[in-house]
Design a protein around this ligand. Structure first.
Ligand SMILES: [Zn+2]
Length: 388
């Protein structure tokens, strides 16, 4: 799977001959489109790209990569479960393939000066690692949810002693046995709680969801480690013994999606409010670029359809929302960019800035479809010091 490190590495690749080839494959659901149509679509994309590449002079690196992508697309036959991303630049001996969950918008192909990372970054950014624990009184099944997939990771079994109310000879024994069973169940819950905490430590699990019978939750909850409890995203009712992986996936994603949507909404409100109050928010391309250059940005917000031309200095890297020939920072030549998104993403990756994609939101769209939450504001820090 893709790490931030790999993303950053890809973001740094620069091809003077415009031979960085990016291919995203989004499998169609069968009722949408047949496999044959899918192949034709890829072929058309490749031929289009070839024509355009040849217009800019014969480029053997691009030709070789596009041919390989066409071959790859033919092999994707039957493999409809996953999407794919390919980054190729044979002139620089680069060929990287990633399997992706089916969360891309569509199949796309780009040949350019740099790789087109936005769809990949979008998928990776919205991919928290979540642990789903199905718990009953003697068994627990632990699943990992990541990048659209679910995997059963472990099972914990602490069998209860098989005693019923009828087993005891006297009332004393029956009560004793019941307590014994309760103690055993409690030990099991403790055991599960411990494993959840270990999962967070060892595997970087950053959130938790529990599936259990409603009446068991009050018995389970007190045993959970504080961290686990803080990172609980939600619960759902299920019979752990009968649950299928598909049910876990469905319930898990429903809870994750709800949580993410409400977090995104809160973030947008914070940024827009901050921008109005001259506080820790910026909206609009120009303001965001300035904040980026001052190193103020903590989190970048992209609207779904954000797209904007601009220019980039080939010397100092200054990004400008206007199409200018000369860099206002260093006086060197600026290069026009059809879309500044990838250049902004590169800054974000280099600067360890979180990137969040905002779904449809009329107010945010009116404000320019791009925004930033700031760690601080350089102007205010300075004036604060002078005043102090
Ligand atoms: Zn410059």
């Amino acid at each position: 799977m893709i790490t931030r490190e790999e993303l950053r590495h890809l973001a740094q690749v620069e091809s003077a001959e415009n031979s960085a080839v990016t291919f995203y494959f989004q499998p169609q659901t069968p009722q949408n489109k047949s496999h044959r149509e899918e192949q034709i679509q890829v072929k058309d994309l490749v031929q289009d790209a070839l024509r355009r590449a040849e217009k800019n002079g014969n480029n053997p690196s691009v030709r070789a990569d596009l041919k390989r992508i066409l071959e790859l697309a033919e092999q994707l036959h039957g493999n409809h479960a996953r999407g794919k991303a390919v980054f190729a630049c044979s002139g620089k001996s680069i060929w990287r393939e990633f399997d992706l969950p089916k969360r891309l918008k569509r199949t796309q192909l780009y040949v350019a000066h740099r790789f087109h990372l936005r769809p990949l970054a979008a998928v990776a950014a919205s991919a928290p690692r979540c642990c789903v624990a199905l718990i009953d009184r003697e068994r627990a099944r632990l699943f990992e949810l990541w990048m659209g997939e679910v995997r059963e990771q472990a099972e914990i079994v602490d069998p209860l002693p098989r005693v019923g109310r009828t087993d005891g000879f006297s009332g004393y024994d029956a009560g004793h046995n019941e307590r014994h069973v309760e103690n055993q169940a409690m030990r099991h819950f403790k055991n599960v709680a411990q494993r959840l905490h270990e999962l967070h430590n060892a595997r970087g699990c950053d959130s938790f969801i529990v599936g259990c019978r409603e009446d068991l939750w009050p018995q389970i909850e007190p045993h959970l480690h504080t961290y686990v409890r803080q990172k609980m995203l939600g619960r759902f009712a299920i019979d752990p013994a009968l649950a299928t992986a598909e049910q876990v996936r469905e319930q898990g994603w429903r809870i994750l999606d709800e949580r993410e949507a409400s977090e995104r909404q809160a973030l947008v409100r914070e940024v827009m409010g901050g921008a109005q109050r001259n506080g820790r928010g910026k909206v609009g391309l120009r303001g965001v670029l300035e904040a980026l250059e001052r190193g103020e940005v903590q989190t970048l917000l992209f609207g779904e359809a954000f797209y904007a031309p601009g220019s980039e200095c080939s010397n100092c890297g200054h990004l400008d929302s206007n199409l200018v020939d000369t860099c206002p920072a260093c006086g060197q030549r600026m290069r026009a960019l059809e879309d500044v998104t990838d250049a902004i993403l590169r800054r974000a990756l280099d600067g360890n800035i979180a990137v969040v994609y905002i779904g449809p939101d009329p107010e945010f769209e009116k404000a320019g479809k791009i925004g930033a939450l700031l760690r601080f504001r350089a102007d205010q820090t300075k004036s604060g010091k002078i005043a102090g």
